[in-house]
Design a protein around this ligand. Structure first.
Ligand SMILES: [Zn+2]
Length: 346
């Protein structure tokens, strides 16, 4: 039986046993799909008693390809609120989301306030026909994430009015943190010569990041990893790297490194020098929960640091600004003091 169809049947069956209503107990059950969503809901509901968060995807998981499991569906079915990234990032969840909302379960796409504000960037889906679609990676601009945090706090305040003040206070603190993060990353990333600011990655996850901090993007795959990279995509990237004398290319933590490695090999075969970045970038998934990159702020800061340091290691002039006082989490020493010789491969 087709997997999606089987999941749909399962969903219908579980909904039939336990329809809507969750008003019992004092627990507010919230399900978050991506690591970013889980981090945000955790921050906004800090110190609120009785909130139970279930995170579906772990570190390093690719949300474009992730299929909801039977226990994911059961958790969503029992939740009062399901928060997800939206704009089809969770490409395999569409049927489930439709069924959930038909059953009256509140589902909240984190992209909604950004879309409403008009900050969604277009892009191309490279599958079969070249289609103009909304780029789902909106969280990579911290100013978008501010909009999302503020709006989600209001949604929580409505759902749980007794704790409204706490959600709003948490959001206000977090918006300030995100501002410190944005200012720090912006100063550092713009310290590199404008003509040298190219971010070459496996898939098109960083358009918003580029737009936020003044970098030009080039990727091998399109907006979704559902589109497989072809020989033509690799060749095109090789030419782009050589033409623009780009010294460093980046692998993403949620995507296998082969395509980037193939580009580097081909660039070198043509006598140009290009290397892999000092560390992987966090693309669509953050790091392990207890690591620096396991929080949104750490994830974005680590990406910015990795880019700045990787360019610095290749001889570019980069001014990495001091870490802002009061911005948490604090980057660990070994991350802050990069060792240019420590790059693991290529
Ligand atoms: Zn993506």
């Amino acid at each position: 039986m087709n997997r999606q169809y089987r999941l749909l049947l399962l969903l219908c069956a579980t909904l039939a046993i336990a329809p809507i209503a969750h008003t019992s107990e004092d627990t507010l059950k919230i399900v978050a799909t991506t690591t970013q969503a889980a981090d945000l809901i955790g921050i906004l509901s800090a110190d609120v008693a009785g909130v139970e968060i279930t995170a579906l995807m772990g570190a390093g998981v690719d949300p474009h390809l992730y299929q909801p499991t039977e226990s994911d569906i059961a958790a969503m079915n029992q939740a009062e609120l399901v928060i997800y990234s939206g704009l089809r990032l969770e490409g395999q969840f569409e049927i489930v989301f439709a069924a959930l909302s038909e059953q009256g379960i509140a589902i909240y796409p984190l992209s909604a306030p950004v879309e409403e504000a008009g900050f969604i960037i277009g892009g191309f889906d490279l599958s079969e026909t070249l289609m103009d679609v909304a780029d789902p990676h909106f969280w990579f601009d911290p100013r978008n994430w501010q909009l999302t945090a503020a709006d989600l706090a209001e949604t929580l305040a409505e759902l749980d009015p007794a704790n409204a003040a706490l959600y709003r206070a948490n959001a206000a603190d977090y918006l300030e943190q995100l501002q410190l993060l944005y200012d720090w990353a912006d100063e550092g990333l713009r310290s590199i010569d404008e003509g040298k600011r190219y971010l070459v990655t496996s898939h098109e996850a960083f358009q918003y990041f580029g737009a936020a901090f003044g970098w030009r993007m080039q990727s091998i795959q399109g907006l979704s990893t559902e589109d497989e990279a072809g020989v033509g995509d690799i060749q095109e990237t090789v030419e782009f790297v050589i033409d623009n004398q780009i010294p460093v290319l980046f692998v993403e933590s949620s995507i296998p490194p082969d395509t980037i490695e193939a580009v580097i090999e081909a660039v070198r075969a043509q006598g140009a020098d290009a290397r892999i970045g000092l560390r992987e970038l966090f693309g669509d998934a953050m790091g392990e929960p207890d690591s620096f990159g396991g929080a949104y702020i750490g994830m974005l800061a680590q990406n910015a640091l990795t880019i700045m340091q990787s360019y610095q290691c290749m001889g570019a002039d980069v001014e990495i600004p001091d870490w802002p006082t009061g911005l948490l989490p604090q980057p660990p020493e070994d991350l802050w003091n990069a060792d240019c010789d420590a790059r693991s491969h290529a």
